[in-house]
Design a protein around this ligand. Structure first.
Ligand SMILES: Nc1nc2c(ncn2[C@@H]2O[C@H](COP(=O)(O)OP(=O)(O)O)[C@@H](O)[C@H]2O)c(=O)[nH]1
Ligand SMILES: [Mg+2]
Ligand SMILES: [Zn+2]
Length: 300
């Protein structure tokens, strides 16, 4: 019996779809009893070993260890998030962007920021954005409409599993269509898969690029305000704070009310963006409130 390797790209009611990692062949596989007993089920993004039985059916033999796992949408082995945003039409403020980045860091993912719809922006607006984010993450300036930045995004996507994240209307589907026209994603569709209603179970599907690599068809981080961590942890998700926190007077400084704070000093002298720091304070309050609410619920 020959064991082959594949990646799970999609679920049907009783079967799942694999893409063979060597031949790129689409394989339909059945779920057998073994996995029910082990209480582990393959999910989209899983790398699996499978065998072909005598009658031509494929059988999953083994789920390979997961590098990571996202829950909304449910997908394994994500290499990176492409955080798509724009500044106009719709207006997206920096607070929203920073909330996405908190989710990215919480899940320990690599991230590329794509500023789409640059065709609608003045140079000074682009400059302000770049000043804040380009020291922190790779940033691609793009326009799906004017075909700007598309090849650059392609380079990042090649041979990786990516999720696109970002508010509705920023141009995620438009960019993906420009990147790989064969995908034919619907543009301007407001209700993306996850928002379709609570009662229909929809699974994420991995779409494969002609040039190699996969993208989830459902945007990442549908629930931005899931702060399932202690407020004291938030500072770790603002990646530029770390190098300044060694100058803080207290080891456990959260950079808010403490004296002798290296992070606050860095904000004052312009080494840390004031906009980012203010968003840190706002999100910190939201995390505290979220934790209070959860605790109240537990007491009831
Ligand atoms: N001006 C401009 N409009 C764009 C650009 N990219 C997408 N759009 C428009 O923005 C709207 C939302 O795009 P869509 O791809 O559906 O966004 P999604 O919700 O993030 O998938 C559509 O009307 C697109 O035509 C761009 O680069 N410039
Ligand atoms: Mg879309
Ligand atoms: Zn501090």
């Amino acid at each position: 019996m020959k064991i082959k390797k594949g990646i799970v790209t999609r679920f049907h009611s009783n079967t799942l779809e694999l893409l063979d990692l060597e031949t790129n062949e689409k394989i339909t596989a059945y779920l057998r009893g073994k996995f029910k007993l082990q209480k582990i089920k393959p999910i989209v993004g899983d790398y699996v070993e499978y065998s072909i039985d005598g009658v031509g059916g494929a059988k999953i033999e083994n789920i390979l260890p997961r590098k990571n796992m996202l829950y909304r949408p449910k997908i394994a082995n994500v290499d990176q998030t492409i955080l798509v945003t724009c500044l106009k039409s719709p207006k997206v403020d920096y607070l929203i962007i920073d909330k996405f980045l908190v989710q990215v860091e919480k899940n320990n993912l690599d991230c590329v920021i794509v500023l789409n719809k640059v065709d609608l922006l003045e140079q000074n607006e682009i400059d302000e954005f770049m000043k804040i984010y380009s020291p922190l993450y790779p940033v691609v300036l793009a326009s799906a409409k004017k075909n700007i930045g598309i090849d650059e995004i392609k380079e990042y996507l090649k041979n990786k599993v990516s999720t696109f994240a970002g508010m509705s209307g920023v141009g995620k589907s438009s960019l993906l269509n420009a990147i790989n026209p064969g995908l034919q994603l619907r543009v301007g569709e407001i209700s993306e898969k996850l928002q379709r209603g609570k009662h229909t179970t929809t699974y994420t599907e991995l779409l494969s690029f002609d040039f190699g690599g996969f993208v989830a068809d459902t945007p990442g981080f549908a629930a931005l305000e899931v702060y399932d961590f202690e407020p004291e942890k938030l500072k770790e998700f603002f990646i530029e704070f770390d190098e300044h926190s060694m100058y803080c007077g207290f080891n456990d400084c959260v950079h808010i009310n403490e004296p002798n704070c290296g992070v606050k000093d860095a904000v004052k002298n312009g080494e840390i963006s004031e906009i980012r720091y203010k968003n840190y304070l706002k999100i910190y309050n939201e995390v505290e409130e979220y934790n209070r609410r959860i605790r109240r619920k537990r007491w009831k």
